[in-house]
Ligand binder design. Structure first.
Ligand code: GLY
Ligand code: MN
Ligand code: MN
Length: 433
């Protein structure tokens, strides 16, 4: 069982979702095990929506929310399978541990659906991820008299549950914030260790091992996304994942990696020199990116939109490219023509939580969604130079995780050396606490 499973919290989340569409029947499919090769599987990771609503972390389960009640369909206990795969909750224990109203064997899902739909006026489920699952659900629905329209509604409409659920998931409750804080703290500590210990001659992978060792010892169970340990030119590849080159004096090292605690991930990037000091051109780029990171952090508060944050980062980084002598011309014109995109091709951030690119709405029908207290987002400006010139091969990103509070914001990844002077001091053996 996940350590922080609090049945009341998950029940409360389910009730809030049901309140958003009281006559709907919500159907959520948990993740299945995925074959890695032959008879082995990838480590199981529960579907994030399912985890959010149940805390239940066994494969192959289904959750139905209808008529104010929660029905969890799950695998029954099986002595033989449990010898191989480990203990299952089983129907009775799952009902009390996860606070659901009813539990049923998962193989009964299709035969019970018609009855569950009796009073529903719509079906909310996510189609499009798994064609086989969609086929099987649609086949069952077509066999269900309620779906086919014995009532006055005709065929029950099938809609996505994601608009309501994304909005709920974007505001973190105290249990979620506790786990995000834990992931951020462990991640910050692991980055600090790497910053202190990495030397030329080691490989990107050696740094990753060091990082992972600290991260897991600090209480994270795994990494929250594919780690990026990119030295030299590799840092200009946004999602570099080979992570196997030798670190060379004079190169920068960009590390974008973070840990996950009970499903909740941090997302942190630091960039530092493999040598004790930055080269002058590297320091110039680094300082520009850091100043944008700081300006964006200062803007984050309730009522601001993601679009405003991103637009400001574009304006600032365009000014940076002008002051670095990379672009020439009028800043406003350069923003309009998108000249910065070659050097800053990504957004300034994203929501963060159960997924690294988390659920949450940025805009709807042309209207920007405004930040609210309890949202967590990243702030990650960067500049990347892939073409010949004075900054060739430099890639810098500085990424923090920020909680929107009632009065402004809190940087959850605070505490790392971030200025050029602070980083050079640690790289030269200085103590950082
Ligand atoms: N680590 C993925 C990202 O920063 O969005
Ligand atoms: Mn990010
Ligand atoms: Mn990142």
């Amino acid at each position: 069982m996940l350590k922080s499973t609090v049945p009341g919290v998950h029940r409360e989340r389910r009730l809030r979702l049901l309140t958003s569409a009281p006559d709907a029947c919500f159907i959520f499919f948990g993740a299945q095990e995925i074959v890695r090769s032959n008879s082995t599987h990838f480590p199981f990771r529960q579907d994030s929506d399912f985890l959010y609503l149940t805390g239940f972390d066994e494969p192959g389960a289904i959750l139905v929310l209808v008529g104010g009640k929660s029905h969890l369909f799950l695998l029954e206990r099986d002595e033989t399978r449990e010898i191989w795969d480990g203990e299952r909750y089983g129907l009775d224990r799952a009902r009390s541990v996860f606070g659901v109203d009813e539990t049923h064997p998962v193989h009964e899902f299709h035969s019970r659906l018609d009855t569950l739909l009796t009073d529903a006026t719509s079906i909310r489920t996510t189609l499009g991820w798994d064609p086989e699952r969609d086929q099987s659900l649609l086949k069952t629905l077509h066999g269900a008299s309620r779906f086919r329209g014995k009532g006055r509604f005709g065929h029950l409409p099938v809609q996505s549950p994601l608009p309501e659920l994304s909005e709920l998931r974007s505001i973190k409750d105290e249990v979620e914030l506790g786990l995000i804080r834990k992931a951020c703290k462990a991640t910050t500590k692991a980055h600090a260790e790497v910053l202190r210990k990495v030397r030329s001659g080691m490989t990107e992978f050696d740094a990753f091992i060091e990082f992972q060792y600290t991260l897991l010892r600090q209480g994270c169970s795994e990494l929250g996304y594919g780690p990026i340990f990119a030295s030299g030119f590799n840092a200009t590849t946004l999602h570099y994942t080979r992570n196997n080159e030798v670190l060379k004096e004079g190169d920068l090292f960009l590390i974008d990696a973070a840990g996950e605690c009970e499903g909740y991930t941090a997302d942190l990037t630091q960039t530092f020199p493999v040598s004790r000091q930055f080269q002058p051109a590297q320091a110039r780029v680094y300082e520009q990116v850091l100043s944008v990171n700081r300006e964006i952090t200062a803007m984050i508060k309730p009522g601001v939109s993601y679009r405003e944050l991103h637009s400001r980062s574009v304006e600032c980084l365009t000014e940076s490219l002008l002051s670095l002598g990379v672009l020439e011309g009028d800043a406003k014109e350069l923003v309009l023509t998108g000249a910065y995109r070659k050097y800053y091709p990504h957004g300034v951030g994203h929501y963060l939580g159960l997924d690294v690119h988390d659920a949450g709405i940025y805009h709807e029908r042309g209207q920007d969604f405004l930040l609210k207290p309890g949202m967590v987002l990243t702030n990650e400006p960067g500049l990347y130079f892939r073409e010949s010139g004075p900054y060739f091969g430099i890639g810098v990103r500085i990424e923090d995780d920020i909680l929107v509070t009632n009065s402004g914001s809190e940087v959850l990844t605070a505490g790392l050396p971030r200025t050029v002077a602070e980083i050079e001091s640690v790289r030269s053996g200085g103590v950082w606490s």
